[in-house]
Design a protein around this ligand. Sequence first.
Ligand SMILES: Cc1ncc(COP(=O)(O)O)c(C=O)c1O
Length: 408
Amino acid sequence: MIDDIFDDEHFLRDAGIDTLAVRAGIRRTQEGEHSEPIFTTSSYVFESAQAAANRFSGEEPGNVYSRYTNPTVRVFQERIAALEGGEAAVATSSGMGAILTLCMALLKSGDHVICSRSVFGTTSVLFNKYMGKMGVSTTFVNPLDYDQWQQALTDQTRLMFIETPSNPLCDVVDIARLAEIAHKGGCKLVVDNCFCTPALQRPLSLGADIVVHSATKYLDGQGRCVGGAIVGNVADMDEALAFVRSCGPTMSPFNAWVFLKGLETLRLRMDAHSANALTLANWLHAKTTEANPVIEKVFYAGLASHPGHELAAKQQRAFGGVLSFRVVGGREQAWKFIDATKIMSLTANLGDAKTTIVHPATTTHGRLSDDDKRTAGITESLIRISVGLESIEDLIADLERGVAALNG
Ligand SMILES: Cc1ncc(COP(=O)(O)O)c(C=O)c1O
């Protein structure tokens, strides 16, 4: 059973997000260590046979086995729950592990899910293929068409699932409006908050019921570990933890510790990522207005021309670090641009201090059918950049190399 996260820390209940990012969840051992320790232990020793029996039956609180409770993982869970403003959190082995855990905890055969069609490609595969095999059906809708969400509701609908801003086209979904539709329809709204993190957007405060994270991205922030988290109310998180306990998609204590260190600088990093991304988006956007442009269109909610700009300004603190753009031409031109960059790393991950560049149609979203790619706007000319923390002049010089390769 998951406890109230502030049981031992009443003084943090009303603390600011920067204080929570550094301090929430800490419980010192008798050694008095200042930094959070890593508990690399798979199991725990009991004082007597009776104590062991009490722990296993749940009569007595405490650790039993690290597949489902570990002190370092617990600090991470309590900190991410505090940052998102949720009652509790469950850590998982990866972001996909978090989405799977959520589904296995809250859905059963015969249930129905409505999912934005602008989600990470593997999330679509999870719903379509694996939840489909388990008898859970999914309807994919245009995330910005609220009538479609409404019309897709059935008596069996249990969850609505979105990413906002979406990957990779940065669509901005109105969380409060969709939460209202979900609640009137008798289901829960789940937000993948990977792109913004709680430093920029807190979906639960806007009416969402559950937040999921790929901790692999900005929560780590330096591309070191794979992990995930789910945040929500105690009843749902108890179900999620019960799934992790029985089925095993557990976060390792070492990874939890890395994520804790990442969280300490989350807001500073998110502000710096957002500032660099806005500069690059403006630079790329200016290229679209040149005579014979090689850049066709830029997708970034920080641009006043983006259809989600006003909404993003309202529901987010800043616009985040991910942008995408279309070059004029197709795959050949996009690959030429990518191959001409020297500083940006050609890798699928995002949310790293190092800027990354990728061709979604042949990598992150490569498993979508041609039809699904078309409806999700993943064209062959699309490039995604996760803007890092390097000097902005060097990143612009890299984009200049890409543009020069297309002009040459
Ligand atoms: C928005 C989003 N959600 C979930 C995931 C899955 O996370 P993980 O790679 O940690 O399983 C990703 C991964 O790229 C992602 O971009």
